[in-house]
Design a protein around this ligand. Structure first.
Ligand code: GLA
Length: 429
């Protein structure tokens, strides 16, 4: 990743390839050098989702990739079943026994560690000491799912459990929905666990079917757009925002449409995926506000996903970017999310030459925008977007960040080759 313009979040080290070494140093500072020989690492990447926003919880079809930036968990197994954890990004240490996981405290960073221990509780006897850090500022990049996967992989390794990525994706869903209280879909963990470098992944959140698509045809030597993350300077927790309310509105819209068409409501409750497009075409106009807008976002977004896959396959950055921007507009106008800062950042990106397309990254209540940028123009784009955005929000001058990233592989465990005392790897491969 390259930082192209402006300083990052105050108090965070420069993001870069030394994240594992920093995590290792954080671990040693807390738990002592005598444990350093047992250190292992999980690298759990952030995800982007250019098209298919806010549809995963309705079992829709999404697109995404993992990027080369993410969360690093440095950990060492413990035979006594204790779990201790600390974070570079939040104060306070979390400590409990794997056989007696405390209830989640809403908004606490340690909730995801407790949740990971809880969903594995029947299968684990070993605990871990761990230290976690994130490479980019928090918000919109799926850091929650990334840390949840980091903790799961650490506990599974400590207990020599064989768990498939498919099962881990379900475990993250349980952590978020049952323990933390966020009614999220499967987008984040699926991208983090199933991504392939330089491929756009199309995921059907209902069937789980995955399709990986390269940009352009091999003979045309098409160059994909550069991936940039523009951080607004605003980070705040997702539970307590309108996230769960929007999920409930989508489900109410689905139930109403099925009722109007005289269809049965599925036993688990209705989702927009249960509504055939022709039923939506016929009864959509009868939906009351704001349910009509939520359904309009869902069906529009599903069309954009399919058009976007075609554009990606054809190597058409302009067309793909245009669809991403339309998706962003639909998130603002029809899904009605987007903190004011994120809307301003989106507008700043739209007004900047060299940006093919942009939208909020993630739920849109905080954090970052994703931009797809002409690879030759990223530095100039970063400077211009920074200047435009800070004209509206000068208070974020110290925290705004513009990061050029690349597509990357999925979450993985890294065991240093030499487990000598004090040996720390320099870089996560
Ligand atoms: C957050 C959630 C995801 C998804 C996105 C919006 O990242 O965790 O499940 O709903 O928002 O697409």
């Amino acid at each position: 990743m390259r930082r192209d313009a402006g300083p990052g979040t105050a108090g965070r080290g420069a993001a870069g390839g030394d994240a594992a070494a920093r995590a290792g140093r954080g671990f040693v500072a807390l738990y002592g050098l005598q444990r350093a020989g047992d250190l292992r690492y999980v690298f759990s990447p952030y995800r982007i989702c250019p098209l298919g926003a806010h549809v995963d919880h309705q079992d829709g079809v999404v697109t995404g990739m993992a990027i080369d930036q993410g969360v690093v968990v440095a950990f060492a197994p413990r035979a006594d079943g204790r779990v201790r954890g600390a974070s570079a990004d939040f104060p306070g240490e979390v400590a409990f026994d794997v056989r007696a996981v405390p209830p989640a405290v809403p908004g606490e960073w340690g909730a995801f560690l407790g949740g990971a221990a809880l969903v594995l509780q029947d299968r684990v006897t070993y605990g871990v000491d761990l230290f976690v850090l994130g490479q980019l500022p928090i918000g919109g990049l799926s850091s929650s799912a990334a840390v949840a996967i980091g903790y799961l992989l650490a506990l599974e390794h400590a207990n020599t459990l064989q768990v498939t990525p498919e099962e881990n994706a379900l475990l993250v869903h349980r952590i978020e929905n049952e323990y933390v209280g966020l009614h999220a879909g499967v987008l984040d963990q699926s991208m983090i666990l199933f991504a392939r470098r330089d491929r756009l992944l199309r995921l059907d959140c209902r069937s789980g079917a995955r399709e990986y698509v390269a940009f352009g045809t091999p003979d045309a030597a098409a160059r994909p757009p550069a991936i940039a993350i523009a951080y607004s300077g605003r980070s705040e927790a997702l539970v307590g925002t309108g996230y769960n309310q929007r999920v409930a509105e989508c489900r109410a819209a689905a139930a109403r449409l099925l009722e109007l068409a005289g269809h049965e409501i599925p036993p688990g409750g209705a989702r927009l995926r249960d509504v055939p497009p022709d039923v939506y075409a016929r009864y959509g106009p009868a939906l009351p506000a704001p349910l009509g807008r939520r359904a309009a976002h869902y069906f529009g977004e599903q069309d954009r996903v399919e058009a976007g896959m075609d554009a990606w396959r054809a190597g058409d950055s302009v067309r793909f970017g245009h669809l991403v921007t339309e998706s962003g507009r639909s998130s603002i106008e029809k899904y009605e999310c987007g903190a004011p800062e994120l809307v301003a950042l989106y507008e700043a990106l739209m007004a900047t030459r060299g940006v093919y397309g942009a939208r909020f990254s993630g739920a849109g209540f905080r954090g970052s925008c994703l931009a797809l940028v002409d690879p030759e123009a990223t530095t100039a784009v970063g400077q211009e977007v920074r200047a435009r955005y800070l004209r509206a929000y000068p208070q974020y001058a110290a925290t705004f960040g513009f990061f050029r990233c690349a597509s990357g592989p999925p979450a993985r465990l890294v065991i240093p080759e030499r487990h000598s005392r004090g040996h720390l790897p320099r870089e996560v491969p």
